[in-house]
Ligand binder design. Structure first.
Ligand SMILES: O=C(O)CCC(=O)C(=O)O
Length: 262
């Protein structure tokens, strides 16, 4: 079949063109998923459960001490009350430098599952099943995807916290060794006032380098506004193909990210 008509060449050129900010903004609402890589599930979590999760997040204490003090006892011998989960900054070493994960995080896991690590560091961890609303969400998602989610990271981003990185989550992939290969990573989102933008960057590693960019070469990244009370799920080789990030926003947001530890 003859393909290189003038029209096709025009079309290709158009596709390869770098998008303007205005065009990217317009895309946010229209591109909502990538088949078999990213999906948005609405209607799975009832209003009642959503409200319970919202109340739970709002009731959580935060480690509000200055960063250098937080750093000293993120892992061991905490000098704060850890009898209940507390939102903490995650601190770890990367390339011999101290790095801090964006937002405030709580790590929850099932009693029987292995510990989660950030660059080799095991953070303070609480049991999922001591928090009934989170455990209900875990069971719902496990049944939906037919896997046993056994780890949940709660992440809160809040623009009213004037601490570096407290309101964003930088581009990263969840390629931690301890995770079950290829299992979905499901993320339930609370953003009662305004949705935040999730950005997915095409950044293939390993075997994904042999794959075609599922964004059809249109773009290196896509922006997605995930609505309040819905779940977005990274499927199959999403982690190998893409990095994901949460952009800064003007309104508070929380997420519950469920993973399967080996
Ligand atoms: O909050 C989100 O949407 C993403 C969370 C995330 O990427 C993570 O927990 O690693």
């Amino acid at each position: 079949m003859k393909r290189d008509t003038e029209h096709d060449v025009e079309k290709d050129r158009d596709h390869k063109r770098v998008k303007t900010q205005k065009e990217r903004k317009a895309e946010v609402k229209t591109i909502s998923l990538i088949p078999n890589i990213l999906e948005n599930v609405s209607g799975l979590v009832t209003g009642k459960l959503c409200d319970a999760l919202l109340r739970f997040v709002e009731s959580l204490p935060r480690d509000t001490r200055p960063c250098p003090i937080k750093m000293n006892d993120f892992v061991k011998s905490p000098s704060i009350d850890t009898s209940q989960p507390i939102l903490m900054r995650v601190i770890f070493k990367m390339f011999n430098r101290t790095a801090m994960r964006g937002g405030y995080t709580i790590t929850l896991k099932n009693k029987s599952s292995n510990a989660y690590k950030y660059a080799g560091v095991v953070p303070l961890t609480w049991d999922i099943d001591t928090i009934p609303c989170v455990d209900t969400l875990r069971k719902l998602l496990s049944a939906h995807y037919d896997v046993e989610f056994n780890l949940c990271l709660i992440n809160v981003m809040d623009p009213s916290v004037k601490e570096k990185g407290a309101n964003v989550l930088g581009a990263h992939r969840d390629a931690e060794k301890g995770l079950e290969n290829g299992a979905p990573i499901a993320c339930f989102v609370l953003c009662p006032t305004a949705p935040r933008i999730i950005r997915l960057h095409w950044s293939p590693v390993g075997e994904a380098k042999n794959r075609e960019n599922p964004l059809s070469g249109l773009s290196k990244s896509i922006d997605i506004a995930v609505p309040h009370g819905t779940v977005y799920t990274m499927l199959n080789w999403c982690q190998q193909g893409f990095k994901h990030q949460v952009l800064a926003g003007k309104e508070w947001r929380a997420s519950f990210t469920f993973r399967v530890m080996k």
